[in-house]
Ligand binder design. Structure first.
Ligand code: COI
Length: 355
């Protein structure tokens, strides 16, 4: 028997907020589209999926996720091409990762139909919120949280799955400065680093605020054992270009299996850019920099796509990375965005049509 009941109710908002939105001046994640998708889980079943006008919800102060952090999310984007057709980028990967995160946080598996029917219906209803043109997109935030009103430190019996959307431009304005962490780590072996668990992000805020005091935008996280290996950058996966070879950390239970990360690896292989997926030490980066061999560092993620890093700090020293011609970050970003916006062929089958 299916573990869900699927009859979607749709209640449209009486008046769209669209006419009040200045799409050219939007800061990331602050303006939301007219509708949201919601589906609740109780007594072992996902049921009553609904599309409702976007708005606040009422929760009991004892709601389990407030106290114990049983909460996960995804990040995706919808793009509109010049013919007003809407596309997603590898949404199946987000769906699979969402359930991997759920499993790790002891949350119920979400049926594929609920994810995809909810997502595509919501995007069709709010399609006016997706502006065409490279750089414009609708950021999609699916998330699930424990909703039982209960202070027992146990897995919740009830959950809510939401999808909300916000029109966005780029996440960072340009190149960013980072601090290589010598004290803090984002994740430890055996933990939840590979899951998109809300708490992974909360735990970054304090060390990142210290890095900001040192003039850095983000932290490059190092391993929890000895702070010897480079793992991720802020909320992104991270790539290093040493001479003409791209290097990124292999996946393990501390590293998020980023959709952009895996696309960059596949793309760079297809472009015959030598790509090594292997552990990478802080000492290797410092010595490559000293020898003039460290050409680029960039982060990857849904929100940023590819974000070039202009300097890193380590042991109180600042190491600059000057912009270069034929930057791999620029080449790869251009290729990925061309696929996302339907400006080019899609040899890998990454585009997913919505309408
Ligand atoms: C994403 O790129 O989707 C992320 O997870 C970053 C987000 C925390 C803004």
């Amino acid at each position: 028997m299916a573990n869900y009941i699927y009859t979607m109710e749709i209640h449209k908002s009486k008046k769209s907020k669209l006419e009040n939105i200045d799409f050219d001046n939007i800061s990331f994640g602050t303006t939301f589209s007219d509708h949201m998708f919601i589906c609740k889980y109780s007594e072992g079943l996902w049921n009553s999926p609904k599309i409702l006008p976007y708005g606040p919800i009422s929760l009991d102060p004892s709601t389990s996720s407030f106290h114990y952090g049983q909460s996960i999310f995804e990040g995706m984007k919808a793009y509109k091409d010049s013919k007003e057709k809407v596309w997603l980028f590898r949404p199946e990967e987000n769906f699979k990762r969402m359930n991997k995160s759920s499993l790790r946080l002891n949350m119920p598996e979400l049926p594929k139909d609920i994810f995809f029917k909810g997502l595509t219906k919501l995007l069709k209803i709010d399609s006016e919120w997706i502006k065409s043109g490279v750089g414009n997109s609708l950021y999609i935030r699916p998330f699930i949280f424990a909703s039982s009103p209960n202070l027992q430190a146990n897995p919740s019996k009830e959950y809510i799955f939401f999808i909300i959307c916000c029109p966005v431009k780029s996440y960072y304005g340009g190149r960013i400065d980072v601090l290589i962490s010598e004290q803090y780590s984002r994740a430890a072996s055996g933990g939840v680093g590979y899951a998109k668990a809300a708490g992974n992000y909360a735990a970054q805020f304090y060390p990142t605020s210290l890095a900001e005091k040192e003039g850095c935008n983000q932290i490059i996280w190092t391993d929890a054992n000895n702070h010897e290996y480079l793992e991720e950058a802020g909320t992104m996966n991270v790539f290093f270009r040493i001479n003409d070879t791209l290097v990124t950390s292999p996946l393990n239970d501390r590293i998020l299996d980023g959709v952009t990360r895996k696309s960059v690896i596949q793309l760079s292989n297809s472009l015959k850019i030598k790509t090594e997926v292997r552990p990478i030490k802080v000492s290797e980066i410092i010595s490559s920099h000293k020898k003039g061999e460290l050409k680029e560092i960039f982060g990857t993620g849904t929100a940023v796509v590819l974000c070039p890093i202009s300097s890193f700090k380590f042991d109180n020293k600042k190491f600059e990375i000057n912009p270069i011609k034929n930057s791999f970050a620029e080449i790869l970003k251009e290729k990925i965005t061309s696929i996302q916006y339907n400006l080019t062929d899609d040899p890998f089958g990454w585009r997913f049509p919505v309408n």
